[in-house]
Design a protein around this ligand. Sequence first.
Ligand SMILES: Nc1ncnc2c1ncn2[C@@H]1O[C@H](COP(=O)(O)OP(=O)(O)OP(=O)(O)O)[C@@H](O)[C@H]1O
Ligand SMILES: [Mg+2]
Length: 425
Amino acid sequence: MSDTVILVENLGKKYVIGHQQRLPYNTMRESMVRGAKSFGRNLLKPFGQKVPNPAYEEFWALKDVSFEIKQGDRVGIIGRNGAGKSTVLKILSRITEPTTGRISIKGRVASLLEVGTGFHPELTGRENIYLNGAILGMSRTEIKKKFDEIVAFAEVEKFLDTPVKRYSSGMYVRLAFAVAAHLEPEILLVDEVLAVGDVGFQKKCIGKMEDVGRDGRTVLFVSHSMNTMTSLCNRGILLESGTLCSDTSAEEASRIYLNKAFSVARGTPLSQRRDRSGSGKVRAYSFRILNEEGREEVSLESGKDYYFEIGYHNHTGIIIKDVVVSLDIYDERDIIVFLLRTNFTNSNLELKADRGQIVCRIKNLPLTNGLYRFSIFISDADREILDYIEDAASVSIEAGDFFGTGSPGLPSHCKILAKAEWSTS
Ligand SMILES: Nc1ncnc2c1ncn2[C@@H]1O[C@H](COP(=O)(O)OP(=O)(O)OP(=O)(O)O)[C@@H](O)[C@H]1O
Ligand SMILES: [Mg+2]
């Protein structure tokens, strides 16, 4: 087993959550996930039941996770929010200790985790480059050789002698990535911080990671973007609530992930779905998303134009006028991000007496990357609900050029993109 570079055996990580204490700053998403969890727990708690210690609670972020990584593997680590992906990388980069199990690593590790790790805020860009090189065991001469390449890649020439705490998050991530990827680590760990950079820079990073992989070095990459993950990685590890769910090819892992995450929406064709309400006088029997050229798409891009097409059967045999149709779009956390509803725009529809298509065109799709689900609602004005299906379809949206500037928005902080005009007076 000489080409094994990472061996993870029965890894477990327990956190003790103090409910009273303020949460340390992690990411907003993490806090929200935790908030949602305790809300759920409170709902499930039988009335009047004694809770052993309300102030503290044990929580296993990872449970009995084992895998082996060979030299040159490019591994995508995927899973829903809170699945334990970042925790795995934090343990591998020795930022945090495992509670149970063990890891062995052969080779120099460089990691790019959430913004805030790896760099010393008070030190300048230049000093941080040297510091990180030294941590990786490189000599000053070796670092010097790489220095210009790093600075050029990160595009931070002008700010080299500024403390990194004054950097914008984009500059910070650009430099952190350039350092991690250029200082010739044998193992590179990257935790989707790429989402902070602009689209052009993300592409550059993916290219660089491909180079690192081609050199026979090992890359572990946490991502929510299935397109990026499958194009970069040859293996995929899917985590589910802290346990390893699949360890397979990148494509297979991505397929399992999308299927699981949105199993209801994907499992049964719309025409066969029984879990629907409404009178049934009209039924939606198909849902497709078409691009500008009329081709069907399953993975969309922010900023592009699309047609949402609902195929319907009208069982009444007569034309129905003033029909309200709504597409409700939910994010991964089950929050409705927006409704596309005919009566908002005075565009209530007339349905043919037998069958036809309802088409909704959306220009410049204003959603950041992630997974979304659609519910379909059709009613006869406000007289009667004809058909209502929750989770009628699911779709993965990838970062695109909504603003026309290359900026992806800030997908870790927001779901909806909007253009604004700024001025001073
Ligand atoms: N320091 C901590 N204290 C308590 N709980 C934590 C801590 N760090 C992480 N957790 C919890 O452990 C679980 C796994 O977190 P982790 O950050 O590994 O998830 P993730 O898969 O990276 O999620 P995301 O996709 O949102 O980044 C989450 O429920 C998270 O809230
Ligand atoms: Mg994470």
